[in-house]
Design a protein around this ligand. Structure first.
Ligand SMILES: C[S@@+](CC[C@H](N)C(=O)[O-])C[C@H]1O[C@@H](n2cnc3c(N)ncnc32)[C@H](O)[C@@H]1O
Length: 236
């Protein structure tokens, strides 16, 4: 096999693993099993597929911080939800952010993130499809979530917990793969949360680059002043 054929074969294999990851039906056991096997080659695979979500989410975070949040960048507390191997954390650190926590459903992916040494704290075995019971309300200035609102992973209503852990006037920044946003009716959930006063859509990059075969939307939400208190008053 010549170098070009080998390159093509690696790209096809990477694309197949990414596609397989979309067929897990949001089942925590299947997701954990799948990412346990993928953790060691994840960065190479998504790199081969031109994955640029982490850079866009980090740069949006930088722009939002400069535009709206007072104080030193190094003092802005960020939660990276579904941090995976830490690709977003590495980009955030490159931009001068220093207080970055992360969590992931997969312990193996979380362990990779820990090894980047850009996170203050990383927890594994945390399921974003349920309550983030170890995370107190209003703890973070900005919560980011990249590559997780995607096919077969997390439901749109997970946005509610991301809003709860973010402080009033703070921001939640997420990517949604285009096909996910459509099939999971992500926008309907956004409207419900907006009507409930939980999150306000603030900015949106439509059809931004994401992976080779598909674009994504990048959303910036702001948590209204009393959203966290209201969410606490209405558990469940
Ligand atoms: C495509 S990777 C994205 C990882 C990282 N954010 C990035 O951009 O490279 C999806 C990640 O979501 C995690 N994940 C899937 N379902 C989850 C859930 N219910 N709760 C928390 N993390 C989840 C997976 O373990 C995996 O690390």
């Amino acid at each position: 096999m010549n170098t070009l054929d080998r390159q093509t074969a690696l790209e096809q294999a990477a694309r197949k693993r990414i596609k397989d990851s979309h067929a897990l039906d949001g089942d925590p056991g299947r997701l954990v099993h799948f990412y346990r096997g993928w953790a060691s080659s994840y960065d190479l695979d998504v790199g081969r597929d031109g994955y640029c979500g982490p850079m866009i989410v980090a740069e949006l975070t930088g722009a939002v911080q400069t535009a709206y949040l007072a104080g030193q960048r190094a003092a802005i507390a960020i939660l990276d939800a579904g941090c995976g191997t830490g690709l977003v954390g590495v980009e955030l650190e490159r931009l001068g952010f220093r207080l970055i926590d992360g969590f992931d459903l997969s312990e193996e992916m979380a362990d990779k993130a820990r090894k980047t040494r850009v996170y203050r704290d990383v927890r594994g075995d945390v399921d974003l499809n349920g309550p983030l019971s170890d995370h107190t309300s209003a703890s973070y200035d900005i919560t980011v979530c990249c590559g997780v609102f995607t096919l077969g992973h997390v439901r749109p209503d997970a946005l509610r917990e991301l809003a709860r852990v973010t402080r009033p006037n703070g921001f939640v920044i997420v990517s949604t793969r285009k096909s996910y946003a459509e099939t999971a009716s992500f926008e309907d959930e956004v409207r419900r949360l907006e009507d409930a006063g939980t999150l306000m859509p603030a900015q949106r990059l439509n059809d931004g680059r994401y992976v080779a075969e598909e674009d994504a939307h990048y959303w910036v939400f702001q948590v209204p002043k009393k959203a966290s208190a209201r969410t606490e008053e209405q558990p469940g």
